[in-house]
Design a protein around this ligand. Structure first.
Ligand SMILES: Nc1ncnc2c1ncn2[C@@H]1O[C@H](COP(=O)(O)OP(=O)(O)OP(=O)(O)O)[C@@H](O)[C@H]1O
Length: 245
């Protein structure tokens, strides 16, 4: 076994369900750390796993079970309330990818802004600009304000920028489902290329075929708990039997 690139130990994340809920009398006597505050619930709890470089991991579970939250934890955009997360390599987050784009800036300006925020220098973006635009196939819209692009076009350009990053860990969620069939296939081919180059992948999907295509290991989440961590086929069987009943 090589070194771990990601270590997640006993992690819990809690969110507020209802901003106006009141603290219960019982909570006043609970330990400060374990106390559940008014209206709070655990979106993830007691989650532990390790990831080696080059692994391709599918994250599986019904809606609302904590999959996106797990990816945000690895992207370090949410911090755990309990436990510890160690991410020892850079991350290219293909999640909520359009979130960083600015509506009133043009496509060209957004490419420079987003790539810059992810650490690319102006010169590096200059060198890759043509590839980024060609991949997205939106060359006619370079000076169009981002807000005037269709939702599929927004995902295209966002994916193209992030997929150029050389970060060793890639996070992909279902945002790609917005793209049309041709573009999705192109994105998947790019992900395969990145995997062949030794990147580590986290892939959230409800599509069994896509999960089997990329992933050998599956993390199955239920109610914020990691109930299974093992071969992707077994994780998918669990998911099927949980959704069948
Ligand atoms: N910022 C937030 N504030 C409050 N609750 C949140 C927040 N983000 C997520 N949640 C809640 O945490 C739970 C887990 O959400 P998460 O998005 O991780 O689920 P998921 O498994 O990715 O679901 P889906 O398959 O529908 O995408 C849900 O109950 C969701 O409502």
């Amino acid at each position: 076994m090589g070194e771990s690139v990601i270590e997640v130990d006993g992690v819990g994340i809690r969110f507020k369900r209802n901003r106006r809920a009141r603290r219960s009398f019982k909570d006043l006597f609970a330990g400060a750390r374990r106390r559940s505050r008014p209206g709070e619930f655990w979106a993830l709890r007691d989650v532990s796993f390790r990831v080696q470089a080059g692994e391709a991991i599918g994250v599986i579970g019904r809606n609302g079970q904590g999959k996106s939250t797990l990816l945000k934890l690895v992207a370090e955009v949410v911090l755990p309330d309990e436990g510890r997360v160690g991410v020892h390599r850079g991350v290219a987050p293909l999640i909520e990818i359009t979130g960083g784009f600015v509506d009133d800036l043009s496509v060209r300006e957004n490419v420079y802004l987003t790539a810059g925020l992810h650490g690319m220098t102006k010169r590096e973006v200059d060198a890759r600009f043509g590839d980024i635009i060609d991949f997205a196939e939106i060359g006619d819209f370079l000076d169009t304000p981002y807000k005037h692009l269709s939702s599929g076009m927004r995902v295209r350009i966002a994916f193209s920028v992030i997929a150029q990053l050389e970060e060793p860990i890639i996070l992909v969620d279902e945002v790609l489902a917005v793209g049309d069939k041709g573009f999705r296939e192109k994105c998947y081919a790019r992900i395969e290329e990145l995997l062949a180059g030794g990147r580590t992948l986290f892939f959230v999907s409800h599509n069994e075929r896509d999960l089997r295509r990329f992933c050998s290991r599956g993390l199955y989440l239920e109610g914020g708990r990691l109930v299974f961590d093992g071969p992707i086929d077994e994780a998918l069987e669990l998911y099927s039997s949980a959704t069948a009943g």
